[in-house]
Design a protein around this ligand. Structure first.
Ligand code: A3P
Length: 293
């Protein structure tokens, strides 16, 4: 398969097959009760999807094995390459009954306005920039549905300039952060989830107004650990053909850690990255942790 290119949508780099059908995405009609799971790619989307599905099902493990995660919670802007579904994300969603749970990687400013007109809830998860970049680099190597990442040095440069799928990480995490009090948004951090999954899953359940018993909470945490999800074909993306995702290059469930960036950044890369980060993030009070105690 030839890899897609990037095309701008309102100045944000987008996969060409999404950009070409942008009007379909832009005009998508959210409904009251829809839940949006929004992330920058590789920030922990699948993790949140599985947790949300477990909570919404009343922790019914068998029900959560009814299909791969990308069929259970549809990727809204996925408009091309009939891979994950035989139809475009918006078309599949249009046929689903309410309430729907929807995945997106869009930055805040590109989300169809109908989500806000209907006061929909959003769960956003952010991950520290360095681990997010490393995870994206390895994903780009194995994912034929996005441009080649090149070498780590080349990819890191592109990540810093923002010429990567769904645009600059910096704008994405701050864009959602800035509006978290204007809408019903639960803004989570990957690092907090790793540090104390019981606490964070409980927050998610409360936000969904589906509080869990202590035993259910433990069950959700157990079923959504990295190893459980890595070994579960309904969450590890091994159900997609190798021509799309080649797990022999790098598995989708790769490491699932905080701080793997230390194994990738040279001293010079780290210095340049941190300097640039300071400048780009100067105007925000958003703080992300790149290691855990
Ligand atoms: P790594 O590449 O660092 O391992 P997304 O779902 O947004 O594509 O994000 C994928 C990243 O989240 C990968 O990171 C993956 O391993 C990690 N991940 C997925 N499930 C996880 C879990 N249950 N616990 C921790 N990390 C998880």
């Amino acid at each position: 398969m030839e890899r897609p290119k990037l095309l701008p949508v309102h100045g944000v780099a987008m996969l060409d097959f999404i950009a070409r059908e942008w009007s379909l995405v832009e005009s998508f009609k959210a409904r009251p009760g829809d839940l949006l799971i929004a992330t920058y790619p590789k920030a922990g989307t699948t993790w949140i999807q599985e947790i949300v599905d477990l909570i919404q099902s009343g922790v019914d493990v068998e029900h959560c094995k009814r299909g791969p995660v990308y069929e259970r919670i549809v990727f809204m802007e996925w408009t091309g390459l009939n891979v994950m579904t035989s139809r475009k994300g918006v078309e599949v969603l249009n046929d689903l009954p309410s309430p729907r749970t929807i995945k997106t990687h869009l930055p805040y400013q590109l989300v169809p306005p109908s989500f806000w007109d209907n006061d929909c809830k959003v769960i956003y998860i952010a991950r520290n920039a360095k681990d997010n970049a490393v995870s994206n680099f390895h994903f780009g190597r194995m994912n034929k549905m996005e441009p080649e990442p090149g070498t780590w040095e080349e990819y890191l440069h592109r990540f810093m300039t923002g010429n990567v799928c769904f645009g600059p990480w910096y704008d994405h995490v701050t864009g959602w952060w800035n509006v978290r009090e204007q809408h019903r948004i639960l803004y989570l951090f990957y690092e907090d989830m790793k540090e104390d999954p019981m606490r964070e899953v409980s927050r998610i359940a409360d936000f969904l107004e589906r509080p869990l018993s202590e035993q259910q909470l433990r069950e959700v945490v157990k079923l959504s650990t990295f190893t459980m999800m890595r070994d579960n074909p309904m969450t590890n993306y091994t159900t997609l053909p190798t021509e799309c995702l080649d797990h022999s290059v790098s598995p989708f469930m790769r490491k699932g850690e905080v701080g793997d960036w230390r194994n990738h950044f040279s001293a010079a890369q780290l210095e340049a990255f941190e300097q640039d980060y300071k400048e780009k993030m100067a105007g925000t009070d958003l703080r992300l942790r790149d290691s855990l105690p």
